[in-house]
Design a binder for this molecule. Structure first.
Ligand SMILES: Cc1ncc(COP(=O)(O)O)c(C=O)c1O
Length: 494
């Protein structure tokens, strides 16, 4: 019996094949709808319009077959309409810059080329692109000629890899020690340090969080003291993490404290400059960063400081031998000839996007000078905002900014600390619900604060006063509501 294929199957297949052709894409790129959509993204009228319900559904159960233009219209209506517009001057909440135009183009090209940055046969230029971009990062960080590194998907992965390398470094020196191990960091270290400790098997509890002061700053001598105490309690420190630009208040922790303690315990020192790496840029680089070069490793996220769209991070190492424990080759990636270099040997991921091309394009387009000018602008915005907060009678600056993060709170003389916490948490939520200005909420020195990250080139210094006014108006409204409900003391705002 012959098995004749059903001819309609071929028709279906041919129709599917059309979906891989250029023509539908060309129709989108040339359509007025796409043009309008781009305009809305680049020049947003509103900062944020929250979705009507907390957990909206988009309806992927719809049958396939929609044209790209139809889908574009749907995405514009359902997704983009409720996206946070990072290009809007009121988007100040998080460490997400508006991506440079070059980065958006690069995302398209990286997707269209779809090179698997893992095997020479798949992406012969991946290794060179990554080496060039990593060399640029190392140069800007002021690292020595031996420095090396890899691109990662962000600070979390870089920190996890650093913890793994630190553990391998410890084993190499001390073998399998009977003591429990410890990671020493401050209570301001990013959550990913605990994730890293958990993933490398020492447990999240191995992280000793050294308490900081009311501004989120390290008190002198506390790192060495914590390491000594740990040792006395039978916990051997194998990793010291200095956060350069804390997530809460952007504080630059003093690298010398961590480097000296790591050295005296023959342990690894890691600088988490995922955010604070930007401080080596600009016309007046942070002098403390010179000491970073002495650390074994540094995390630095181009998707924060370099206006690159997600997800591009990096892990820099002082010298190549330190990365040996990460080296794994696969039979099919590496062959015995000169051409087959393995571009994936030091990466945790197997298949990877050619994100090095994205970073390469952004650096080529903005150039050192452009990147420095953007950084200067960002740091100026932060200083001016901090000054305006201090000069006002009704806002309180919580931490003088070391970077482009500014934390402050709305105050009223009649309220006690607990009431101020409630007021500021409520204020942050209501600002989000009403479309901005978008600020985040966190705790500094145990108090609820409003956190802003100033990194939008479209935001002008002259607009900062209007932003504070808008926050003040909402603050007064929330205060009046809380007073009306009898939940806080009555009284006038300063
Ligand atoms: C200091 C610090 N380290 C690490 C991270 C994690 O970076 P990512 O979100 O890119 O994984 C962050 C994120 O904000 C951070 O502020």
């Amino acid at each position: 019996m012959s098995i004749a294929p059903d001819p309609t199957l071929f028709e279906d297949f041919e129709a599917t094949g059309l979906k891989f052709e250029l023509q539908p894409l060309r129709e989108v790129l040339r359509s007025p709808l796409f043009e309008r959509f781009l305009q809305e993204i680049w020049e947003p009228q509103t900062c944020f319009s929250p979705p009507p319900v907390a957990a909206p559904r988009l309806g992927l159960s719809a049958p396939g077959g929609s044209s790209l233009l139809e889908i574009l219209a749907e995405v514009r209506e359902k997704v983009a309409r409720h996206a946070v517009n990072t290009r809007h001057p009121w988007a100040l909440a998080h460490m997400t810059p508006p991506p440079a135009t070059a980065s958006v183009l690069a995302d398209f090209l990286v997707g269209a080329l779809n090179q698997c940055a893992f095997i020479w046969e798949e992406a012969p230029l991946a290794e060179a692109l990554e080496a060039e971009t990593v060399a640029w990062l190392a140069r800007r960080l002021g690292l020595g000629r031996d420095a090396t590194g890899i691109l990662t998907s962000g600070g979390t992965l870089s920190n996890c890899l650093a913890a793994y390398l630190a553990l391998a470094y410890h084993w190499k020196r001390f073998g399998d020690t009977p003591e429990r191990l410890a990671v020493i960091a401050t209570d301001q270290a990013h959550l990913s340090i605990r994730k890293a400790a958990a993933l490398v098997g020492v447990g999240a509890d191995a992280v000793i969080s050294v308490p900081t002061d009311e501004q989120g700053r390290l008190r002198p001598g506390q790192i060495a003291a914590a390491a000594e105490r740990a040792l006395q309690m039978g916990q051997r420190p194998f990793l010291f993490v200095c956060t350069a630009g804390t997530s809460n208040a952007g504080v630059l922790e003093p690298p010398e404290e961590f480097l000296a303690a790591a050295q005296s315990h023959d342990a690894w020192c890691h600088i988490d400059a995922s955010h604070g790496g930007l401080m080596v840029l600009g016309s007046d680089p942070y002098p403390g960063a010179e000491a970073w070069a002495e650390a074994e490793s540094i995390s630095w996220d181009p998707h924060k400081s370099l206006y690159v769209s997600y997800a591009v991070g990096s892990l820099l190492l002082k010298e190549p031998s330190l990365r040996a424990p990460l080296e794994f080759h696969s039979e099919y990636a590496l062959k015995e000839d000169d051409l087959s270099r393995d571009a994936g040997a030091w990466h945790l991921e197997g298949s990877r996007r050619l994100d090095a091309l994205k970073l390469w394009i952004v650096i080529r387009h903005l150039g050192d000078e452009g990147i420095d000018a953007l950084t200067d602008h960002s740091l100026t915005l932060a200083r001016v905002l901090a000054d305006e907060v201090e000069a006002s009678g009704d806002f309180e600056l919580m931490t003088a900014p070391d970077t482009n993060v500014v934390c402050f709170r709305f105050v009223s003389p009649s309220l006690d600390e607990t009431e101020l916490d409630e007021l500021n948490r409520r204020l942050q939520r209501h600002l989000y619900q009403s479309g901005g200005p978008l600020v985040s909420s966190t705790r500094v020195g145990g108090r609820a604060v409003l956190r802003t990250v100033l990194m939008n080139p479209a935001l002008e210094v002259g607009q900062l006063g209007e932003i504070l006014d808008a926050i003040r108006v909402e603050g007064l409204r929330q205060l009046a509501e809380l007073q009306g409900q009898g939940r806080v003391a009555q009284g006038e705002c300063a």
